[in-house]
Design a protein around this ligand. Structure first.
Ligand SMILES: Cc1cc2nc3c(=O)[nH]c(=O)nc-3n(C[C@H](O)[C@H](O)[C@H](O)COP(=O)(O)OP(=O)(O)OC[C@H]3O[C@@H](n4cnc5c(N)ncnc54)[C@H](O)[C@@H]3O)c2cc1C
Length: 409
């Protein structure tokens, strides 16, 4: 048994955990970053890092970028594919195996200690306000601060009594390999396919020697399943499901209203806090944003300037969570009436440019609703309720799934 003492222990070395570890270590805290897997490890993810996301980091991720995306191929159902390009970069494409290892290196460079192959199994708050963490390998750590960055249904939140995030959405993806290089058709543009995936969409993302093909959507959609949806997407783009390698799926954890994300010297960040963007499914942005937001709060807590990590929650409520709530409302509207939105993205210049602004972080969801005029934000709630009702009354979740199945004969 190895007994260690640190100011901060961070559980999970995805983007949320490595960012938290880097932020805390760079402020002078002694930090231990514990990770269950042996690094480098892969993780189910499209590996799309939007510009708004990359801009959160104080360094470039260029060493792990495999493609730079400046356009999109947009398609709804059996409709014509429309290509939209931008003179601005939209998204970097990477592989999580490479990105996560790179982010851990930055945390180590800031002074954090990293131990992989260490699955945390026990977490306990002990009298005096410290935390005792035990790993499967027999390491025991005592720390004043513990951060759960261990993904959906992680052990930290679970053991400390945090409410689990909702896991109503799920995504499945795999790779089509091109050892000689990705064909020009797939380079520098993402393909996004809408309309046939209840609560989500399908994508083709370009990488260095493969394309990543995936679908996400509501997991309880009647009459369909995510594997069938992926098979359908493959047909649309001329791939064979059987050609996909590394087929992997996972939940997309979402916030429940009123979720607590910090108490005493503990907090949850990234997927462990259910911070995935409901409309887009983007989760790396929130992982970095929450890891960044908690850094100064950890510093204040260790210095005795605040008595809990709760200011972290307050900071997110004023920023990221407002965006998550607006995104939820837009998702309800979008999935009730997807066609007009996609048509506008395909054919209306200002609508496409607004989408580019959003992806680049030059506008927020709140800004976009305000661009609709003074009534935009006020109408959002009622329109979203209407969207939810329409979706329910049409039994759309089930119908869309059945249509997708019918289309495949
Ligand atoms: C199929 C799919 C495609 C996606 N595509 C995109 C995309 O293109 N762009 C995007 O922005 N988002 C995407 N997302 C969402 C994104 O992957 C997540 O939101 C993001 O990984 C969250 O980061 P995180 O650091 O919070 O958690 P994770 O990346 O899940 O990291 C958690 C870490 O904790 C470790 N861990 C868990 N339990 C323990 C334990 N007991 N002890 C020690 N370590 C533990 C895990 O091994 C893991 O390394 C996608 C999700 C899915 C499922």
């Amino acid at each position: 048994m190895t007994q260690l003492t640190f100011d901060v222990v961070v559980v999970g070395a995805g983007p949320a955990g490595s960012t938290t570890a880097r932020e805390a270590a760079s402020r002078g805290a002694s930090v231990l970053l514990l990770e269950r897997a042996k690094f480098p490890r892969d993780k189910p993810c499209g590996g799309g890092v939007t510009i708004r996301c990359a801009n959160l980091l104080p360094f470039s991720i260029e060493p792990v970028v495999e493609d730079v995306v400046t356009g999109a191929r947009l398609k709804i159902g059996n409709g014509r594919e429309v290509v939209r390009d931008s003179d601005r970069v939209l998204t970097y494409m990477t592989q999580r195996r490479r990105l996560d290892a790179f982010l851990v290196e930055q945390a180590q460079a800031a002074g954090a200690e990293f131990r992989d192959g260490e699955a945390v199994t026990t977490v306990e708050r002990v009298p005096g306000g410290t935390y005792e963490v035990g790993t499967k390998g027999g390491t025991s750590v005592s720390a004043r601060v513990i951060i759960g960055a261990d993904g959906a249904n992680g052990v930290v939140g679970n053991r400390l009594g945090y409410e689990a995030a909702a896991t109503a959405a799920v995504a499945l993806e795999g790779n089509v390999n091109y050892p000689e290089g990705v064909p020009p058709r797939w380079q520098h543009r993402v393909a996004l396919h809408f309309g046939d995936y209840p609560g989500g969409y399908g994508w083709v993302f370009p990488k260095g020697d493969h394309v990543n093909v995936g679908v996400g959507g509501w997991k309880d959609a009647a009459g369909t399943d995510v594997r069938e949806m992926l098979a359908h997407l493959c047909e649309v783009y001329g791939f064979q499901l059987s050609d996909l390698t590394n087929l992997r799926g996972h939940h997309l954890p979402m916030q429940r209203s009123g979720m607590v994300m910090a108490a005493g010297g503990s907090a949850v960040v990234g997927d462990a806090a259910g911070l995935v963007d409901p409309l887009s499914g983007e989760g790396i942005y929130a992982a970095l944003a929450s890891g960044t937001a908690i850094g100064p709060v950890i510093e204040d807590y260790l210095a005795g300037r605040v008595h809990s990590l709760s200011p972290y929650q307050a900071a997110l409520e004023d920023s990221l969570l407002r965006e998550v709530h607006t995104s939820t409302a837009l998702m309800d509207i979008f999935h009730a009436y997807p066609a007009p939105f996609i048509w506008m993205m395909q054919h209306v210049g200002p609508f496409w440019r607004s989408s580019v602004d959003l992806i680049r972080g030059e506008a927020t969801y709140m800004d976009l609703t305000e661009r609709l005029g003074p009534l935009g934000p006020a109408l959002l709630g009622p329109t979203a309720s209407l969207g939810r009702t329409v979706t329910r009354l049409r039994g759309k979740r089930g119908d869309r799934g059945r249509r997708a199945a019918d289309a495949r004969g």
